[in-house]
Unconditional design. Structure first.
Length: 298
């Protein structure tokens, strides 16, 4: 039995790509831990699966894992693992480019679908209402996630104004604006009948109801759209700041007109992700063999 440590950035998407691998390694009889750097909505679920938690860097004075899988975006921590004599590999997603020469091998993992937490009554009611709207009005439901990490940013204000104008010109388009920022209501006020502001928990239930997603330059949300087969209109911060109602409407209509082709492209990409995820059992075996080989050489 070996011990493996996952030191992954807190964003849910970064933890998510490692969860399936961590569970496979654990089921093969090994101890698996995450650092508190990974505290997120996944933490309670991981604990229920028997996967532990250690504090970074304090616990590394007494806890020496056989191998650490270190997030490529946390590579500055590699020096500490070297000082403690802890072997490590970098881990990242297949979508991210490797920057510069690294002093350790890099394990590339595919995006994986997120298993959402159980919905509360509020989420269930909202989904039911949206289903009724879509059925009754035959509305094109468009989701907007325009704030980085759903946090507060001034970049979204221009896009909010463009959304209001588009919604007025296209009453058959139902917008759902996802935000955790209360001021979004003010920027959209007064809300037209076909705009709803929502603070979501379960994107997997919401996305399949949508024909198009407007998203900021957020890889996690783009991955959600791929698995839901929902075309994503990606708006980087610079483009959001310069957004005009005319530009937004033109791009929305172009993507809706080409939606069938875009969905097929996403289905192909999703199939590739799923094939790679099915090979994670082999990846888990290789990691265990990697540790075994290292120990034999010492």
């Amino acid at each position: 039995m070996y011990s493996l440590l996952f030191d992954i950035r807190q964003e849910t998407g970064r933890v998510r790509v490692t969860v399936r691998l961590a569970c496979l390694i654990s089921r093969k009889g090994n101890e698996v831990y995450y650092t508190d750097s990974s505290d997120s909505v996944f933490t309670s679920g991981l604990l229920k699966k028997g996967i532990g938690r250690v504090l970074y860097p304090d616990d590394l004075h007494w806890f020496v894992p056989d191998l650490t899988l270190l997030d490529l975006l946390l590579q500055e921590r590699a020096a500490l693992y070297r000082r403690h004599g802890i072997d490590y590999l970098f881990v990242t997603t297949q979508e991210e480019a490797q920057n510069g020469k690294l002093d350790a091998e890099t394990l590339y993992l595919p995006p994986s679908p997120y298993t959402p937490l159980s919905k509360g009554a509020r989420e269930a009611d909202f989904i039911e209402k949206l289903e009724e709207i879509k059925e009754r009005r035959a509305a094109t439901v468009i989701i907007g996630i325009l704030e980085k990490g759903n946090g507060c940013t001034d970049n979204a204000e221009q896009a909010y104004q463009a959304i209001r104008r588009h919604s007025a010109d296209h009453p058959d388009h139902q917008f759902v604006v996802l935000t955790n920022q209360g001021k979004a209501d003010e920027k959209l006020f007064a809300l037209p009948d076909n705009i709803a502001v929502y603070r979501p928990q379960d994107l997997q239930a919401l996305l399949p109801l949508c024909d198009l997603a407007l998203v900021a330059d957020d890889w996690n949300i783009q991955t959600e759209c791929v698995f839901a087969h929902v075309p994503a209109l990606v708006l980087p911060p610079r483009e959001i700041r310069r957004m005009t109602p005319h530009k937004l409407s033109r791009r929305i209509m172009d993507m809706l007109g080409n939606r069938e082709c875009l969905v097929e492209q996403q289905k192909t990409l999703c199939s590739l992700y799923e094939q790679e995820n099915q090979r994670l059992d082999e990846v888990a075996d290789r990691l265990i063999q990697y540790i075994d080989t290292k120990k034999q050489k010492r």
